[in-house]
Design a binder for this molecule. Structure first.
Ligand code: SAM
Length: 283
């Protein structure tokens, strides 16, 4: 965590509620499913075994630098530019260690998708496929398109998904989001679940969100990683919360969710922690 994230976490912690303060059945059930369900699934073991293998791998990839790691970093590859101009050599081990979802976050994604049962899923930023494996194993019948700018990384993700028998309904598409997002949305048509975990800069995040909104329906969920990463991303999250189409947001700190369902007549925003983090707040 950087210093900004630590400060953000304290602010978040002070304001956060737990399941005991939630009155909406939809929000209560979703929060319980994502934060309180302690069941262990075989899929967790399978994905974590692949992570362990990658953590021992010395295979070196040529990775296009999209500056994905942090909120302030600038993408070295822009739409239409030659990606090889900004290629770095990185081992699978270092990508798996730094870029992939943590086990905790992957399992939150798995429980969220299991609870919501989307028919279509989109991920912006596949990396080596850790989040994708969790999501695809949660809802095996869903059509899942994951976008990744770096060819070598996308190749490793495909191999991982294939290894777990998840390749049938899952596609990893290569290229900058600026070139792949529109087509992916047109192909999916109805967007049930969108996970934004690629370019962690505010303007592109808002731009991708707007583009996805055109394909959203009342049950669509938008899931964002790292909205507390930097001041810019925290401001982008405020803009998403205030967006005229957004009716409900649930912030779990690691993942932030936005819904556009018009049935939530009054806009509501929740910051929610597992009950064990505030054990004295049981009513
Ligand atoms: C944090 S990693 C994704 C981790 C993955 N979602 C997971 O859960 O394991 C971000 C990825 O997004 C890709 N990326 C970032 N900006 C991009 C862009 N503009 N176009 C295409 N890919 C991009 C990077 O190459 C990187 O592999």
């Amino acid at each position: 965590m950087n210093l900004f994230q630590i400060a953000e976490f304290f602010r978040f912690y002070r304001a956060a509620t737990t399941k005991y303060q939630l009155h909406s059945p939809f929000v209560f059930e979703l929060a319980c499913a994502v934060l309180e369900d302690e069941r262990w699934f075989y899929a967790f073991r399978d994905v974590e075994e692949i992570r362990q293998k990658m953590l021992k791998s010395d295979v070196v990839l040529h990775v296009e630098d999209y500056g994905s790691g942090g909120g302030s970093s600038q993408s070295a590859v822009g739409a239409g530019q030659d990606p090889l101009a900004a290629t770095k050599k990185r081992s699978v081990r270092s990508i798996a260690r730094r870029a992939g979802s943590s086990a905790g976050q992957g399992q939150m994604l798995f429980r969220l998708a299991t609870h919501l049962q989307p028919h279509t899923m989109l991920e912006l930023g596949t990396s080596v496929g850790i989040g994708a494996m969790y999501l695809a194993s949660a809802v095996r019948e869903a059509r899942f398109v994951s976008l990744e700018g770096s060819s070598d990384t996308a190749h490793v993700a495909r191999m991982n998904l294939d290894w777990l028998g998840l390749a049938k309904n899952t596609e990893v598409r290569e290229g900058p989001f600026e070139e792949t997002l529109t087509k992916a949305l047109q192909d999916l048509q109805d967007l049930d679940f969108a996970f934004f975990d690629g370019n962690h800069r505010p303007e592109p995040t808002l731009h991708y969100f707007e583009e996805c909104l055109a394909f959203a329906h009342e049950k669509t969920v938008f899931v964002f990683d790292d909205m507390h990463w930097s001041e810019g991303m925290a401001e982008a999250w405020e803009q998403i919360k205030n967006h005229s189409r957004v009716t409900l947001t649930l912030d779990f700190f690691e993942l932030s969710l936005a819904f556009v369902d018009p049935d939530f007549r009054e806009k509501q925003h929740f910051k929610i922690l597992p009950a064990r983090w505030k054990p004295w707040r049981f009513f």
